[in-house]
Structure formats: C-alpha cells, structure tokens
Design a protein around this ligand. Structure first.
Ligand code: ZN
Length: 435
C-alpha cells in the first residue's frame, strides 16, 4: 500500500516544473534566459482510473488512499514554495523544493481519507487501544468469490481520538496520526484581559506582572554542536583518506544524533508553547500581542546568533501562533498591535521617552515618576492598544461556522464506525497520536 501511495504521489509530482538557466537556445527562453522543464525525466498525467489499469500494484488500492496523494503532493509543494519566498524575503537561504518520494530513503507511509466514515474507520477496543480499519476491493475475485479486503491496524493511543478527517500511517516509524480539525474550546468568561510582551531577555511578560521564561535548551544546543563538530572532523578525515564521508557509519551516527537532539529541543519548545498558550487563552477574554512582522524590524540586531538563541526565538514565534489558533477556537479576540513605542511609553501618563527605560528591567517615567518592570509596562501598553483596537472596531471577530454541516456529517459517520464490531487484532500495535 505504501509503495502504491508513493508511486501515485510521484506521478503527481512529475507534473511539476523547474526553471533551468542558460540553455543557449534563445528561442525557447523567457526574457530572463530561463526555460521551464519538468522536474523528472518522465511526466505522468494519468487519472486515478488509468493509473490503476496501467500499474497492477495500484489496482486494489482504495480510492481514498489514491486520492490523498494529489492533495498532499500539492500541499507539500506549495508549502515549500511559500517557505522559499519567505526565506528569500528575509535574506536567508531559500532551501530546496521537494523532490520525488524515495523508496530507499523516505519513510514507508500512506494516507487514507476518513470522509465521514467511508474508510479508515477507528474503533476503540480498550482503554488505550483501538483498531484502524482500511477497506478496499481487489480488481478480480478470489477463488472463493470474495473481492473485498480489509487492513486492520492495531494502535495504542496516548490521548483520546477526536473527530478526524484522515489517517496517516507511517510504517517506518510505526505511527498512526489522525488529522483532526481544531476542536472548539468551551471558554469560561473570566472578565480578564492580558497583554503579552516578548522580551529580548528570553522572557514572556504579561500585563498582570507575571514572567514566563523559555525552557533552557543550552544542553540540547550543546549536543547538536558537539555532533556537528564530529561530523566536520569526520569529513576532514574522509577527504584526507580519499573516501566519501557519506558512506561512513560514524558520520551517519553523528548526523542522526544531531538530528535527534534538535528534535528533542523542538519537542520541549513546542510543549512549553502549548502549555503557556492554553493557560493564557483559558484565563482571559482578550489577548493583545505585538505584531511580530513589525517588532522583528525594530529589534533587529539585538539577538546574538547562537544556536541556543535561535532555538529560543523559534519557540517565541510558535507561542504567538498557538495563542492565535487556540484563541480563535475559544472565540476570544487575539489582537496583534503595532509594537512601536510600547517599551518607551509610560502606561500611567502615556509619556513617551527613551530615557523612561532606566535599564533592561526597570522603567521609570520622567514625567510622572511611575515605576514598573520594563516588560510589564510594555505588556500593559500592548493590552491598552489591543483594547482600543477592539473598542474602535478596527479589530473584528472572524466567524468560523462554515464547516458546521461537514462536521455533523463526519460525526454521524464516526458514530456508525464506532458501532461496528471489532475484528481480530493484527500484529504489534502501532502508536497513534493526534495531529
Ligand atoms: Zn508617566
């Protein structure tokens, strides 16, 4: 199934094009001297039906598995195009466009749409155990006359399986991921609002006066650097001895260890951001944030480019996006405000002066003598600006009721799926997690 999924994915990918420069032949080039060519050697424009007929190993694949390849290929391709444009705009290395899925190097995986319970249904079989069933039909009947087949994947889950739209099975990592729409959170109104200031000293300050420090990732960063240094050494030695460093087992081990340490740091960061964002959204009815696009410009150059610092900065950006989507799910306004002067304005009398800020931590107003922690004062200003934006109508609540009908349908399908009798367990269970 994973092979078939990859085949179909690559067929879709083969329709993508790239620019090639300096072809010489001016007739076919655009004014920039480049020409569009397909990324692979062969272009396949088969429909799902034709592909089934042409390639026998696709013939028995369920339609909802085959269909998923087109959308996932497209998502991945355009996400990369967007990422490259962003990186290019910020003067960073753009990075590569994705290539074909590799049989040798990539994970063995496939995705199946749920589509309101039509395939990839899930049954709970125990407190932490369940069964994902994917059904299909063979092109010709077996000797006993049956055409239908079903694949049953036993999973052990760490959290309740919510309503989902598709199931991604990764056989290499032994993981099953359910893709769920963001669940609506029931929000208890507390009457409180908060402004959040992201400080240069790696802290998140709230207008209520609390500080939240990012988790210390220096050990992870040191691990990454240590393994990268060993990789560099291994490259030097390989060059001296005239071999290819890629084939060295030690090099590969260090590369994997570096990736593992970086992934561990990312997990710590994501967990921290999720917890803080959840707490902020649960406890408040209005959240004000700095508009990061603007604050990046004003604070440029203040950050040391150490690996640890880069990791922490990535955590701060994520916190903001988590607060935004969790806030939207809870139906509370999350307002991004212009950070201009927020760290220099006095919250008490609104006097703006650079001298108001005595040091990194202390704010004392030259006009009225108001004293506060500098970050708390800035967070307060952000909250005031957010309140003004809401009061003046510059910020309006976006409604997200469009998919209510679809959600109902999915719920009905899920209920049907849940009522089916579980079949016999199969193989060692895979672990499931929510996306
Ligand atoms: Zn003042």
């Amino acid at each position: 199934m994973a092979d078939g999924w990859r085949t179909r994915f690559n067929q879709h990918r083969s329709r993508r094009h790239k620019y090639v420069y300096g072809h010489g032949d001016q007739a076919c080039c655009d004014p920039l001297g480049r020409v569009l060519v397909p990324i692979g050697s062969r272009v396949s424009d088969l429909s799902d039906k034709d592909a089934r007929e042409r390639y026998p190993h696709l013939a028995a694949m369920p339609a909802y598995v085959l269909q998923s390849t087109e959308r996932i290929e497209k998502q991945e391709w355009f996400a990369a195009a967007k990422r490259r444009a962003t990186n290019h705009g910020k003067g960073r290395k753009p990075g590569r466009m994705p290539r074909f899925q590799s049989r040798k190097h990539g994970d063995s995986r496939f995705v199946c749409w749920f589509n309101g319970g039509r395939n990839a249904t899930y049954q709970q079989t125990g407190r932490r155990a369940g069964l994902v069933i994917i059904r299909g039909q063979n092109p010709s009947a077996a000797p006993d006359g049956t055409r239908r087949w079903s694949l049953q994947i036993r999973v052990r889950h760490t959290q309740q399986v919510r309503e989902y739209t598709s199931v991604a099975v990764n056989l290499t990592r032994r993981e099953v991921a359910f893709t769920s729409p963001v669940a609506a959170r029931d929000h208890q109104r507390s009457g409180r609002s908060v402004g959040i200031d992201v400080g240069v000293a790696n802290t998140v300050a709230t207008s209520a006066g609390s500080m939240h420090s990012l988790p210390d990732l220096s050990n992870h960063a040191a691990d990454v650097v240590r393994h990268q240094k060993r990789m560099a050494k291994s490259r030097v030695v390989a060059r001296r001895e005239g071999r290819d460093f890629h084939t060295s087992a030690r090099y590969r081990a260090h590369r994997e260890a570096a990736a593992k340490a970086a992934a561990a740091a990312a997990n710590v960061r994501i967990d921290w951001a999720h917890k803080l964002a959840t707490a902020l959204v649960n406890e408040h009815d209005l959240i004000g944030l700095e508009d990061l696009r603007l604050s990046n410009l004003t604070r440029k150059g203040k950050n040391k480019r150490s690996l640890n610092r880069l990791m922490l900065n990535a955590g701060l950006g994520r916190l903001r996006s988590f607060v935004e989507y969790k806030g939207a799910a809870a139906g509370i306004p999350v307002v991004a405000v212009n950070p201009r002067n927020t760290s220099r304005r006095c919250r008490a009398c609104r006097h703006v002066a650079a001298e108001n800020r005595e040091s990194q931590a202390i704010f004392r107003c030259k006009a009225c003598g108001h004293r506060a922690h500098a970050d708390t004062n800035a967070a307060g200003n952000i909250l005031d600006a957010a309140r003004e934006a809401v009061a003046s109508g510059a910020w309006t609540t976006a409604s997200s009721t469009g998919s209510a009908a679809k959600t109902k349908q999915a719920q009905a399908g899920r209920a049907r799926a849940m009522n089916r009798k579980p079949a016999a367990p199969w193989g060692r269970p895979l672990t499931a997690h929510q996306r």
